[in-house]
Ligand binder design. Sequence first.
Ligand code: LLP
Length: 431
Amino acid sequence: MVKEIKNNKLYFDGCDVVELAEKYGSPIYVMSKTDIESRLSELNRDFVDKYGNARVAYASKAFCSVGMYKILDKFGASIDVVSGGEIYTAKKAGFPAERIEFNGNNKLESEIDEAVEYGVGRIILDGTHEVPLIEKACKKYNKKMNIMIRITPGVAASTHDYIVTGKKDSKFGIPLDDDVFLKVVGDVVNSEWLEYTGLHMHIGSQLFENDAFVEALNVVMDRVAQVKDEFGAITKEVNFGGGYGVTYTDEVRKPYSFFLDPMMEVLEKRSKEIGIERPCAVVEPGRSIVAEAGISVYKIGQIKEVRGIRTYMSVDGGMGDNIRVALYQAEYDGIIANRAEEEPKKKVTVCGKYCESGDILLNDFMVPEETTSGDILVMFSTGAYGYAMASNYNNNPIPGVVLVENGKSDWLIKPQTYEQIIENNQIPDFI
Ligand code: LLP
């Protein structure tokens, strides 16, 4: 465990969190390299090496930075990107282009151009609209492109409504009406610039059961058979998507094998029945690699008691660095890092400093009686979709990210400055 409590203080990957707050300031995100690497090792051991002909394509959207891409590269992982900005970051990290897979339901012409120019390994097609755009860029750079086709398997996974993606009514994926699906496959198979590579699914995020994954994969395999029958095209890869759940409060995280073993069984069995070699299996986890590797570190400021109702404990960050509570009613756990062994007896509402009543980070949070202004509050499991979804609301700078490993620490991403917030501001001459 990278979390430890010693001498009434919280340690994270060997670093005293109170000292980190003194050295780097607050608010900050802190990420454990040890934890990230242990997830990548688990995936390599229990998936890539166990099955062979398999790969991990980390979903960059969970947390994207040049340094993060360097860590992934060391583990031989691929990356899933969804924007020109993520492609640019990968380029800056020197991330090998062939290990980049480009997803997204409305890839811009300019982004497709950037992807083809850099030579990404695959584009995951999410609509007919993209076909001529990809062909145009392929012609321009005289390169062929491997195409995965993302389908909507029509399976409803149980999670928050905003992060379900595999059900029929979704903005993601190609609908499975025969005429729609076969038209897209035909466009790809018959294109001189596109190489039909396989099918892709992603059914949702923060999932704890494996049955919806297996059900959806069976739907994908039906289509693998159909593509072979109709076009004689062989599916070389099947992408299972991401979505493996993590612990925020009392959820029990499952090992990757819990999801992937039954899916691999289906993949093997169905490929045999269809009469093709088992396609390369690809997974796209984001959250499960970085969520628990990250914590948010805040300093407590004003404490206000609304008599008979509640006590508000304000911190120096809030919805600008963690929008998930306001957006998804997400729940987190936390601790007062400098009172880590004191019994939490007092109930408070932890709120941020943003001008919004909904700027709450922790509801009904228990803290030690003596907790006071200047203490350090830590929220756990904020490594995924925290920094990634941060904003400059109220012109607050986006906090930096400190990477820690076994007592060592350094900036992975420096905090934004005031200057950077306004660097693109202009004063038009008609003001
Ligand atoms: N692949 C595709 C095509 C995806 O759309 C996603 C997530 C992933 C992989 C990675 O899923 P993960 O392993 O991270 O669950 N902002 C939300 C989550 C949105 C997920 C969007 N797509 C949140 O903070 O909960």
